[in-house]
Design a protein around this ligand. Structure first.
Ligand SMILES: Cc1cc2nc3c(=O)[nH]c(=O)nc-3n(C[C@H](O)[C@H](O)[C@H](O)COP(=O)(O)OP(=O)(O)OC[C@H]3O[C@@H](n4cnc5c(N)ncnc54)[C@H](O)[C@@H]3O)c2cc1C
Length: 290
């Protein structure tokens, strides 16, 4: 099957791209890596009047440090994130999850902005951006606004972006260096059945703070297990506390049944994977943050 006809637009600037999005009033989409959009068009799951190709716009594929913040352009590709020393140093969780996304061909083209706009509830990028408390900068002809990741991700394949908006930056605050990531899938690089990303800071007394536990594949969007993290704040992640927090994570999930697994199977997996991820967080790292 081939896509329905559409107009292909290659703007020369972000401003021009925003004008096209505005003129098309919801009937245009940005083309980034094309790894989700092109298959959807070809299967006619989506029809558009115009495709706005931002791939040649300068400056959108850069990562930079700005004080404690790390700022990504929307066109930074998975393959770049996989190998960039700045990401390894500042956001090791984000770098770690990349090798779980598709295969090398997908990672050579797929972008951080495209993955966030796609908002797949099993996606490793939305999951790690939620764990890392990212902020999305969205621009339109009316100006720019900042959207916290928790507000940005609305439901399955739905974000808080308005039709005329484009992601222009993804900003990460200083991240706790300690992290763990675990994923259950049917085969390597398949979309996840369930995935878990945790970050936290371990003090010199062994106590943990700033814990965030993000869960994927468990609801219509990736979710934070806020109460589980709160329960562990200040503890040394003893087995009993971890077991209690893992069980509590069941309160934030509403898992689907789909080709990858039943809701019941996902309910079984969540406490197991949260417990394993928290144990890994505690055991895999140096005694305390520098
Ligand atoms: C075989 C295969 C396996 C895959 N496996 C995985 C996997 O294991 N895990 C996973 O997470 N993903 C997986 N994916 C999906 C992949 O990660 C996509 O690359 C990603 O979901 C979309 O990123 P993209 O840059 O290709 O965006 P595109 O496909 O170009 O766009 C996706 C959506 O985002 C919008 N968009 C893109 N950029 C912007 C922007 N700057 N502002 C506003 N809207 C924008 C587009 O208009 C479109 O609606 C797989 C895809 C394939 C084909």
């Amino acid at each position: 099957m081939k896509s329905a006809p559409f107009t292909y637009v290659r703007p020369a600037s972000v401003e021009e791209a925003l004008h096209v999005l505005d003129e098309q009033a919801g009937a245009a989409r940005i083309l980034a890596g094309g790894q989700s959009l092109v298959p959807m068009l070809q299967m006619r799951l989506m029809q558009l009047d115009a495709l706005v190709d931002i791939n040649r716009l300068p400056g959108l594929d850069e990562v930079r440090a700005a004080g404690a913040e790390t700022i990504f352009g929307p066109l930074v590709r998975y393959a770049t994130i996989e190998r960039l020393p700045l990401v390894a140093e500042r956001l090791p969780l984000l770098q770690c999850v990349m090798r779980f996304v598709g295969d090398p061909q997908i990672r050579n083209r797929g972008t951080i902005g495209g993955s966030l706009a796609q908002a797949d509830p099993t996606g490793e990028v939305p999951l790690s951006c939620l764990a890392l408390d990212a902020t999305i900068v969205a621009a339109s002809v009316s100006g720019t606004r900042e959207i916290l990741i928790d507000d940005f991700l609305v439901s399955s394949y739905t974000t808080a972006l308005e039709p005329g908006e484009m992601i222009t930056e993804i900003r990460f605050p200083l991240a706790p260096h300690h992290f763990a990531f675990l994923e259950r899938n049917r085969k390597h690089n398949d979309f996840a059945v369930v995935n878990v990303a945790v970050v936290g800071r371990r003090g010199s007394d062994g106590g943990w703070s700033d814990l965030r536990i993000a869960l994927g594949g468990v609801s219509d969007r990736v979710v934070l297990a806020v109460e589980s993290a709160a329960l562990l704040e200040g503890t040394t992640l003893e087995e009993d506390a971890i077991a209690q927090a893992a069980q509590l994570a069941l309160d934030v999930i509403d898992p689907p049944t789909d080709v990858r697994g039943t809701a019941e199977y996902r309910r079984h997996l969540v406490p197991v994977y949260v417990r394993r991820a928290l144990s890994k967080l505690r055991d895999d790292h140096e005694p305390f943050d520098a």
